[in-house]
Design a protein around this ligand. Structure first.
Ligand code: ATP
Ligand code: MG
Length: 213
């Protein structure tokens, strides 16, 4: 896909996700097969669909979410935290959004054990280990020289291992409106201490507890 297509689809999916997030919901299963293409004869747009896994943002996780592929899942969701797993948050949706953008850019995912064409071929345990150990988008390689710097900067922020370094849908939409630079968007420094703990000791990070709920 060329840059214009990628950016336009990115904006559409972010808008759909923004609608969910501002209404207090987390999608939890954001991936390409749940993004439907709509062609009105003039242009193609993307609609976010499949709300089967949607969860109210202030609810505790009720299922493992282990149905289907985990390729687009945020690392903190798959990391063990005490007796259970991490929580889904709006920021885990943002990570999935980042993986979709990654996939649109490179036509593959950054995991050895992910099979983009057929998720039934995936070795779930190996993939789970790879996703859990995600260290962030390595933009040094810049596999596609035709894509602009600003897209790489978005990928880096969206795919941050640290959830608070990921922008909100509102911040993304603002950045796109302002010309597509993510640089000026501040990170949510509140809770940075926890997030530093989170990267080092994932089980200490509990977004629900840290939000005071
Ligand atoms: N309303 C719709 N209109 C057109 N195509 C759809 C619609 N809903 C689903 N699809 C298509 O049907 C396919 C199967 O969708 P389905 O949601 O059952 O599975 P999935 O998205 O691959 O996995 P999951 O169950 O985890 O969401 C998708 O690839 C999607 O493109
Ligand atoms: Mg689906």
């Amino acid at each position: 896909m060329n840059f214009d297509e990628i950016f336009s689809f990115f904006r559409d999916i972010t808008s759909g996700l923004h609608h969910l997030h501002t209404n207090g919901y987390i999608h939890r299963d954001l991936k390409p097969s749940n993004c439907l293409l709509h062609n009105d004869g003039l242009k193609t747009s993307v609609h976010v669909s499949d709300f089967g896994e949607v969860q109210a943002a202030n609810e505790q996780r009720t299922s493992t979410g282990a149905t289907g592929t985990i390729s687009y899942c945020a690392p903190e969701v798959l990391q063990r935290q005490g007796s259970g797993f991490g929580e889904f948050t709006t920021k885990s949706d943002i990570f999935s959004l980042g993986m979709i953008v990654y996939f649109m850019c490179f036509g593959r995912l950054p995991y050895q054990n992910a099979d983009a064409a057929n998720d039934e071929n995936e070795d779930l345990d190996k993939l789970r280990a790879e996703v859990s150990a995600w260290h962030g988008f390595d933009d040094v390689t810049r596999a596609r020289k035709d894509l602009p710097e600003k897209l790489y900067k978005f990928l880096k922020r969206l795919l941050s291992p640290n959830p608070v370094e990921r922008p909100s849908t509102e911040q993304i939409l603002q950045a796109i409106k302002a010309g597509g630079e993510i640089d000026d968007i501040p990170m949510n420094t509140q809770g940075i201490t926890q997030v530093n703990l989170c990267t080092q000791k994932a089980h200490l990070y509990n977004p629900v507890a840290s939000a005071g709920m």
